[in-house]
Design a protein around this ligand. Structure first.
Ligand code: HEM
Length: 383
């Protein structure tokens, strides 16, 4: 049995070589676990849309084997209905397009401030540290009511939780640290409520453990994902000056480009597992109860059945029904926020620094092949 493909040597912006070789095949993870790999758009949607492929699991890739779990309170990404539905419903209204649009002026202000800071920074500057990470971090902190000044207490632990190499002890320790900080923050909020989503949830009938779980989930999901899209998307556009010129053209062009960048880069790929809760049939193959399945969102998003010329980056093409945000009941809760941050950040960056360029050869850029969410660790830029 082949190992799950991980080699992006040929092109750092493409899915690992061999990912789409077979629509459905058994592969081995680095921890020795055997899982079904689903790599065709229609099959990926079938799996993610069917909750008999359960999300109540943990582990994978690390020393930690995949196993069924009793989800931690509040961590609804690891829950099935009806519990998943109960918790997600409390939040969906907070992340609608309209609600997110109210944040637009504040996000524009944050982006401008980060550009001011970037211009003052010594050159070459690290675009990740100065721009791509602080923007989603400031936004999600304000939205939740988590003090940004206290980010030392949660950013490092959050990164640790997404690292693919590490032991069970390291993971548990990071989770404890993050949970400890947020439990203490929620206790402070109970004593003196402030303004933010977590404050609003204090009286919604959730236990403190559930609130902590929700806070961990939103804080981690809200940070790393968008930060990676801003930095990796910038790098990709710098490699495609013709496409970059289109993004610069108008706010509408930038808005259209965002979904193509999401599709093309698919920064969340095979990191999300499901477990068959009963014997199930997929593409004529029986998946036995208890077997694990992972979906390659990157392969699905480059499926020729999804769109023409899937391997081409074409930022002005109409939005394809890509699965970069997943699909089905667990489809990304924060997608409207992520889109808004990107559609503000890219054009603002390229307008303010028209001469923006990489300060090191592409081969020297440290790509995040060691992380559950793809991106770059650093991006040294000049202008
Ligand atoms: C470009 C940025 C982002 C990408 C590519 C992304 C991708 C994803 C994907 C693929 C899933 C599905 C997981 C699964 O099915 O197991 C997901 C779920 C989720 N995302 Fe995002 N995400 C992004 C930004 C955000 C942001 C900014 C937030 C903050 C609010 C967020 C919050 C969540 C939550 C809470 C879930 C779990 C939803 C559920 O289980 O019902 N994400 N995301």
């Amino acid at each position: 049995m082949r190992a799950i493909p991980t080699d992006r040597g040929a092109c750092p912006f493409d899915p690992p070589a061999g990912m789409a070789d077979e629509p459905l095949s058994k592969v081995r993870l680095s921890n020795g676990d055997q899982v079904w790999l689903v790599a065709r758009h229609d099959l990926v949607r079938q799996v993610l849309g069917d909750t008999r492929f359960s999300s109540e699991i943990d582990g994978g890739f690390l020393d930690v084997p995949l196993h069924a779990v009793q989800p931690q309170p509040g961590m609804f990404i690891q829950m099935d209905p009806p519990e998943h539905t109960r918790l997600r419903r409390l939040l969906t209204g907070r992340f609608t397009v309209q609600r997110m649009q109210r944040l637009r002026p504040r996000i524009e202000q944050i982006v401008t401030e980060r550009l001011d800071a970037l211009e003052r920074a010594p050159r070459p500057a690290d675009l990740v540290a100065e721009f791509a990470l602080p923007i989603p971090s400031l936004v999600i902190c304000e939205l939740l009511g988590v003090p940004y000044a206290e980010r030392a207490a949660f950013q490092e632990a959050g990164t640790r939780l997404l690292t693919l190499t590490g032991t069970q002890e390291e993971l548990e320790e990071a989770m404890m640290r993050l949970g400890g900080y947020l439990a203490e923050l929620i206790a402070r909020k109970r004593a003196e409520p402030g303004e933010g989503l977590l404050d609003d949830l204090l009286d919604s009938g959730l236990s403190d453990e559930e609130l902590v779980g929700i806070a961990i989930l939103l804080l981690i999901a809200g940070h790393e994902t968008t930060a990676n899209m801003i930095s990796l998307g910038t790098l990709l556009l710098l490699q495609h000056p013709d496409q970059l010129a289109l993004v610069r053209q108008s706010p509408e062009a930038a808005r259209t480009a965002v979904d193509e960048l999401l599709r093309y880069l698919s920064i969340v790929d095979v990191g999300m597992f499901r477990r068959a809760s009963t014997d199930l049939e997929l593409d004529g193959q029986i998946i036995r109860e208890g077997e694990f399945v992972t979906c390659s969102l990157a392969a699905a998003n480059r499926d020729p059945a999804l769109l023409d010329r899937p391997e081409e980056l074409e930022v002005s093409r109409p939005k394809a029904p890509h699965v970069a945000f997943g699909f089905g009941p667990h489809q990304c809760l924060g997608q409207n926020l992520a889109r808004l941050e990107m559609e503000i950040a890219y054009p603002a960056l390229f307008r303010r620094l028209p001469g923006l360029r990489l300060a090191v050869p592409l081969e020297k850029v440290p790509f995040k092949s060691d992380m559950a969410i793809y991106g770059v660790h650093r991006l040294e830029v000049e202008w």
